[in-house]
Design a protein around this ligand. Structure first.
Ligand code: GUN
Length: 281
């Protein structure tokens, strides 16, 4: 029997637990989001993050900058949030408009407030096996795998996609959990051969229904990070209806990885607030 990895349920449980923890802590964490422009998908994601803050008792402020903002304007906004002692976590919603130097903006975020885990200092800590803040989507996936007791030590894990927000940190987290990890990308020579070796297959490429049963080892655990539109429907990178027949466990889209990303952001924000509270005590 295939196990459906229910990210929605797991996320709700974690948010309930976090709400209790925050209530009992005497700390009032605060998250600031920065959005540049008015991309409808980005606006929706940011709204969902603010709603989750409200649900668990985290204060949130949203900074909205115009689409034609320069890198300097975005850097100024982030610098103000770095200096604001009321703000524990800063999230700059990606992607940024193309005239904005995203790498520069990410590097300006105070690493202690970098609840997205994108700052090179936090990436470096993760890759050296001493994680501090780690990217929310891969961290949420690790939580989900742990919740369902999926064994990772010695498992062959294949990550498709090498982005800084998912593919790379995912690989580092899996290495830290003793998996044997392969990262595949657009230049990988024999993708199907690599995928067929996977005990755990994580797809983050953004191509609707790209992963077909012929690419999957029977009994593999399938994690689908994709959020794609297909014929007016939201679908993942994995052709779910077909792959579910041969997988041992699989995440649905929606209701799999997405909710875990938001729960992790809330957890990271509370952690940032706790560290600040300890440092100033
Ligand atoms: N864009 C899509 N997902 C994310 C995310 O988790 N964090 C940020 N900052 N931008 C995103």
């Amino acid at each position: 029997m295939v196990i459906i990895l229910d990210g929605k349920k797991c996320s709700e449980m974690r948010l309930e637990h976090l709400k209790e923890e925050i209530r009992n802590s005497g700390i009032f964490p605060r998250l600031a989001t920065v959005i540049v422009g008015s991309d409808p998908a980005s606006k929706m994601y940011v709204r969902m993050k603010h709603r989750a803050c409200e649900q668990v008792g985290i204060g949130s402020v949203g900074i909205e900058l115009p689409e034609d903002s320069t890198t300097e304007k975005v850097v100024e906004a982030v610098t103000r949030l770095n200096r604001d002692t009321d703000i524990d976590g800063i999230l700059v919603q990606l992607p940024l408009p193309k005239q904005v130097d995203a790498e520069r903006v990410i590097e300006v975020v105070n690493p202690q407030k970098d609840v997205d885990g994108y700052h090179p200092e936090n990436m470096g800590l993760l890759f050296s096996g001493r994680p501090r803040f780690t990217s929310c989507t891969p961290t949420g996936i690790m939580t989900l795998l742990k919740e369902y007791k999926i064994p990772l030590a010695g498992a062959c894990a294949v990550v498709v996609g090498r982005s800084i927000d998912v593919g790379r940190p995912m690989a580092a987290l899996l290495i830290n959990a003793d998996a044997t990890v392969t990262i595949c990308h657009s230049k990988t020579k024999d993708l199907v051969k690599e995928l067929k070796r996977a005990d755990i297959l994580i797809s983050a490429i953004g191509k609707a229904h790209f992963i077909q049963p012929a690419m999957v080892k029977p009994g593999a655990v399938i994690i689908d990070v994709g959020i794609n539109q297909l014929d007016g429907k939201l679908v993942g990178d994995v052709d779910y209806a077909k792959v579910v027949e041969i997988a041992s466990a699989i995440t649905p889209v929606p209701g799999g990885v997405g909710p875990m990303t938001i729960a992790t952001l809330m957890e990271n924000t509370f952690r940032a607030a706790k560290v600040k509270a300890c440092d100033s005590a």
